[in-house]
Design a protein around this ligand. Sequence first.
Ligand code: FHN
Length: 502
Amino acid sequence: MISYNRLMMTLLLAGALLAGKTVSAQWTGPRKKVEQRIDVKYGPLTPAHRTDEAMERFRTYGLGQFIHWGLYAIPGNEWEGVSARKGAAASEWIRTWSGPTAPKDWKNTYDNLYKQFNPKGFDAKLWAKQAKEMGAKYLIFTTKHHDGFALWPSKYTGYTIKKSPYKKDIVKQVVDAYTAEGIDVFLYFSILEWNNSNYMGKAPSTPEEKAKFNKFLEYTRNQLLELLQNYPQIKGFWFDGTWDQSWIQSYDFTYKLEKELREKHPGLIIGSRFRNDEFGKRHFDSNGDMLGDYEQGWERKMPKEFEWLEGRDWDCVMTIPPNGWGYMKDWSGIYTKTSDDLIDMLMNCVSMNGNFVLNFGPDGNGRMHPGEDKLAKEIGDWIKINGEAVYGVRHAGLAPSKLGYFTKKEDNLYLTVFNRPVNNIVRIAVPKNSAEVPVEAVLLQNGQSLALKRSDIGLDLDKNTYYDIVLPATFSADKAFVVKMKLGRPKGQSDQLMDAKM
Ligand code: FHN
């Protein structure tokens, strides 16, 4: 018999579906607690916190590289001198260009771009070398985006790299080159396809529609199994384009498919974007349990507070321009993030146990944008000096500092300072009852020892005690720098001060 809760959930979902709304996850605050758990048949297939080797490795990555590459790289967000800005959602969405600026018969032009795709300058080894120099420990690479064009010679469609003048398998070159550099590879895969005649956004309703969409589902399954077979080194899939009702309603199929992929490839990592439960709940099921191995909703945003994450694994994927993941020829007139912005975001993420994944959009010839080259170099230079504070670190368990971000590894505490105090005193607040406190401090970049002393300021009702680290007045920095502290047992007790009686 169907329970009351389940019935209510079903009615609510039906209401949402009728109203044409997608039931989406919540990314802008602490997650609302589910008041009463209900029976969910299509919930998570893996534990909330996997402890196998692959997942433990995922937790050490710190920095990743995303690459969006496909036919959209040819126009680079413009066509015959006309910009697609304001006409298309983002550079890799240029096929959807509409409005007064859109070229005539644009979709058709776009769908034929594959006939020109011949990136003679593409060298996967160069990309991988650059990624390594930048400090990326994993790559997420677009095997096919929403246009459906496959960068590998898939047997299941004619719309692939094999049909282009370039012909060669790009996915293979990328997987091999990055793996050879010791960088783990995850494959981005868009479920939705704009120009596949079997795809539809709405849930199929007639027998004909159902037959068509079933073909699409089988095609998706075949392609995914093909990718696993062709590129067995990969560590995971990064799914996208899973928000349409057709996919949402296919929960029985997607559940079985996830199971099959995991069985075929032990250790495979899949984020929370792949599928939903039978009530249409995406990322988290109706009980609030995560559907996948890590939270995959932090796109161009980060949690404000560590507590929001409730211990879950996560990654943050970030563009350099405000939005736009594919190649954008013209970076003028928009804000493009600086290496200071990006290092700040990186440290913010790792301080909350997340990975930061920076996106690159190479051009139609296979070259990175010069602006991306510059940023990769600057980030790499910084990480070479400060990587100890980035990789394999965990949340430090201290209250956030106004000066920067804490990370921790064993008995080392790191503070990456972005806001240098004018008095040169880096003050660390530690709870009074803490079993470990800073006992030594150095500048990570050169090992220079820094003076450190406890400062019992005596603020009324204060639960903290303070450790003051003095930066040499002669020390100058034009980028964030790291203060590395050794943690040890506190020497002596903090002063017992009477709280004010008011
Ligand atoms: O629509 C895509 C977009 O083009 C891009 O690929 C990003 C990357 O996370 N994902 C989708 C939007 O969420």
